[in-house]
Design a binder for this molecule. Structure first.
Ligand SMILES: Cc1ncc(COP(=O)(O)O)c(C=O)c1O
Length: 449
């Protein structure tokens, strides 16, 4: 009763009360919030595109520059964060973030590069089983990556790449339709590669169910977690996912072009050191991969031999020594996630996004269509909106008012209240600004979806 009365309140005072009672309010102080054109902090709802800079980042990068100046090559062993095992310093926090065992994750490269490196190992097409299933609204880079992989193996991408779309009149893909496709055609599918949270619609796929359905048909299952890592709760190990990759510049706040992450389930790396290509079955000994010296067992890496001995972990997919200046922001950012914990972040995120949805419904019902699923279990922080006819113009006019959202072709506005640094008042200001732009004084009625 009290909750229903609260939800019906649409005034700024209600938003302020929620912020005052927010146990995570202190987190916002850890970040630089860009100023709005008219002064004061902007309403930053694009952490799904580029997360904000943690205040600790600058010192973390400067420490590496100082160690380089002070120690030169000696910083490999004697730096404050010795460079030699630098990627290992982010291993455990990354594993916690995606629900993996520590030896199942590695920080390296960038996202599309990692997808390719992992597909070298996990897309092993045969004549009978060579299809790759993606979502029709997959991020373009993923579309290009899978098409080029199919072509590389001599298949026609127009036939090999299967793009699953929503039913007519619907905005998101139903889990049962993915399962249905796999039950019918799964034996021709070599790889299912979906975005954990779709970049355009904000739909969080039912990853556990889809992974199980694909594996039952003998398909490999990979996830692009660009919009999922640091946003939703992930249990990659438990769900039996074969591989995953993500970038770190969105919800992980590690800066433009930040070092990405990769996950390989441990069942694929057991026995890795026993030699590549020598065994049948599901272990790393049998998996082909592109190799480089940083994927070699560290125990023998510096013997400088010519024979590659893969380390029995996700590290085996590393090629080069890690970019130290780029790893520093990732380490600084992951410390924030460890301090706060994904469970409390996710709980706040659900409340913020539900609040945004309820305000949009109350103030702009009928004028704005929300594409993102209503079910909290099928979305992360982001809501994707369509304002028929004027979406692009709305983005620009919101920016003028200090509200940062983004527009994606053909007509989608994405708004993500990120729980680490967004407030309930931010959400209120966004919806009020949108109402003002659309010339809406008051509002009732259901929200178009
Ligand atoms: C879902 C998704 N996949 C892939 C990419 C490409 O990432 P990168 O440029 O780091 O390879 C992006 C970038 O925004 C993305 O959102």
């Amino acid at each position: 009763m009290a909750q229903a009365r609260d939800m019906a309140r649409r005034d700024e005072g209600y938003a302020r009360e929620q912020d005052a009672g927010d146990a995570l309010a202190w987190c916002r102080e850890l970040f630089h919030v860009p100023p709005a054109p008219g002064g004061g902090p902007s309403v930053y709802l694009t952490g799904n595109s580029l997360g904000l800079q943690p205040k600790a980042t600058r010192a973390a990068v400067e420490a590496e520059l100082e160690d380089w100046a002070r120690l030169g090559v000696g910083a490999h062993l004697h730096g404050r964060h010795p460079w030699l095992p630098a990627h290992e310093s982010v291993r455990e926090p990354l594993a916690r973030l995606v629900g993996a065992l520590p030896h199942e994750v590695v920080a390296m490269n960038s996202l599309t590069v990692n997808l390719h490196l992992l597909m070298v190992s996990f897309y092993r097409p045969t004549e009978a089983r060579h299809r790759i299933v993606i979502e029709d609204s997959a991020f373009p880079s993923d579309s290009y990556a899978v098409a080029s992989q199919a072509a590389f193996h001599g298949f026609d991408p127009r036939e090999a790449v299967v793009r699953l779309g929503p039913r007519d009149g619907e905005a998101t893909l139903r889990t049962e339709d993915i399962e249905g496709y796999l039950a019918r055609e799964g034996r021709s599918v070599a790889l299912v590669l979906l975005g954990g949270v779709n970049y355009l619609s904000g739909q969080w796929f039912e990853m556990e169910r889809i992974t199980a359905a694909a594996r039952e048909q003998g398909c490999m299952v990979g996830w692009d977690l660009a919009h999922a890592a640091g946003n939703v709760t992930l249990r990659l190990h438990e769900w039996g996912v074969d591989f995953a990759a993500w970038c770190s510049y969105k919800y992980l706040n590690s800066g433009p072009g930040a070092v990405a992450g990769a996950f390989v389930h441990e069942r694929h790396t057991r026995g890795a050191a026993e030699g590549q290509g020598s065994k049948a079955g599901g272990d790393a000994g049998a998996l082909p991969r592109f190799a480089g010296w940083w994927g070699n067992d560290p125990a023998t890496r510096f013997r400088m031999g010519s024979e590659f001995v893969p380390v029995a972990s996700a590290d085996a997919w590393q090629l080069s020594n890690p970019p130290i200046l780029a790893l520093a922001p990732l380490r600084a950012s992951l410390e924030v996630f460890d301090r706060v914990g994904m469970a409390s972040l996710r709980a706040k995120s659900e409340r913020l996004t539900a609040y945004m949805e309820s305000l949009l419904e109350a103030r702009l019902g009928g004028r704005v269509r929300v594409l993102t699923p209503r079910d909290r279990g099928q979305r992360g922080a982001q809501l994707s909106l369509v304002v028929p006819g004027v979406s692009r113009d709305v983005e620009r006019r919101l920016h003028e008012r200090g509200v940062v959202v983004d527009f994606r072709e053909p007509d989608v506005i994405r708004a993500a209240p990120v729980p680490l640094y967004c407030t309930f008042q931010d959400v209120w200001r966004f919806v009020e600004a949108l109402a003002a732009i659309l010339g809406v004084e008051g509002g009732t009625g259901g929200l178009g979806r």
